[in-house]
Each structure stands twice: as C-alpha cells, then as structure tokens.
Write a protein that binds this ligand. Sequence first.
Ligand code: G3P
Length: 219
Amino acid sequence: MKFFLDTANVEEIRELAELGLVDGITTNPSLLAKEPAPDREILEQICAIVPGPVSGEVVSTDAAGMVREGRELAKIAPNIVVKCPLIAEGLKAVRTLKEDGIRVNVTLCFSVPQAIFAAKAGAYIVSPFVGRLDDIGTDGMSLIRDIRQVYQNYDFETQILVASIRGPLHVIEAARIGADIATIPGKVYKALLKHPLTDIGLERFLEDHRKAQKVGAAV
Ligand code: G3P
C-alpha cells in the first residue's frame, strides 16, 4: 500500500519525506491556497523533494481549459499527475491528456458509477473522498469496498486512492480493503507511526539497561 501526503506545505513534506517512506503527494486548490508562494513554485519544490507522483489540480471546468492547464502542469516535472474533477468535462480531459502520455488523478469521486466512469475514461488514479461522505452521515469506507470489488470484477487498472482521510482508522480500513493508496494529512501520518506502548517499552528497556550498568552490554 502506498502512503501519500495530503498537503501542499513544503516544510511538512520535507520533514516527513526524511523518513524515506512518502510514496507521493496530493495537493488541491484549497491546500495550495493556504501557502503563500505561487502554486507552480510550490509544485516545483514538492516534485524535487518527492520522486513519486505529485498531484496538481486544474481549476478550469471545461475540457479544453483542463487540457491546457494539465499540459502546463505536466511541464513542471515528470512526476506530476494532473488532477481533474469527476464531471463530464473532466472525463473528456482525461482521454486527451492520456493520449499525451499525461497521468490523471480523477478527484471528487463519491459513488461507484462515477468510479467506473473514471476507470473507463483511462484515469491513472481515482480519488474517492471518505471523510466528506462520513461528514454527511454516510459510510465513506463502504464506497472504497465497493469500488475495489467492481474494479476487480472488470480488471480495471485505475488505482484507488483513498482521500479525505480524517484519522488512523480510515487508513487501517483502507489497507484491509486493499486500496492502492491512502493520502494522509501530516498529523495523521505522524499518528500512524506512534504507539504509546512502543514509547513505554523503549523507556523501560533503556532504564533497565542503565540500571544494570554492565560493561560491554551495549553493542
Ligand atoms: O486531496 C483531497 C482530499 O484529501 C481533501 O480532504 O479533508 O478536504 O475532505 P478534505
């Protein structure tokens, strides 16, 4: 399973990428709007830090505009993946960009039929938003389960990227289902690595080692 970071904050990306376990990045217009630097500059910096796929989103709502923007975004770096919204015009843009050899992440997916359309259009990635479905009282993860099943039924190659993750349980469930990618906010990414029993256990081991004070115990 691939772990992407869902952020446009370069410092946060730099810090977490040091671990060597960040497989890619997703940004969107809202995340980029939080950062002071121009969007293109931010995406350039991110692409230089993380060698994996880096999603940058178009803001046009017509296919021609999306294709134009997508082509510009793709010039930033070879690891750019263009994000297009899951609307009819977005699906048209997927086809054209794919013909250009540009990978597309189809975003804002909230239903199984939408996910099928994205796969049929040739999306490299589809991004169902689990947290936003949970927010309106529906079960976001059941959408991931259904898409996994349907994609398996028809051997669709589009990767399922679980987006709008709110906490570690979303990631655990996504892994159980067999989603290809989880895109994770920095805070949740850090929480995934931590366990209080690991910290307590380590403290105890070190304390016991200190107390024993054996010569040559540390190797
Ligand atoms: O990258 C898209 C997605 O992860 C957005 O999440 O928290 O705004 O619903 P959120």
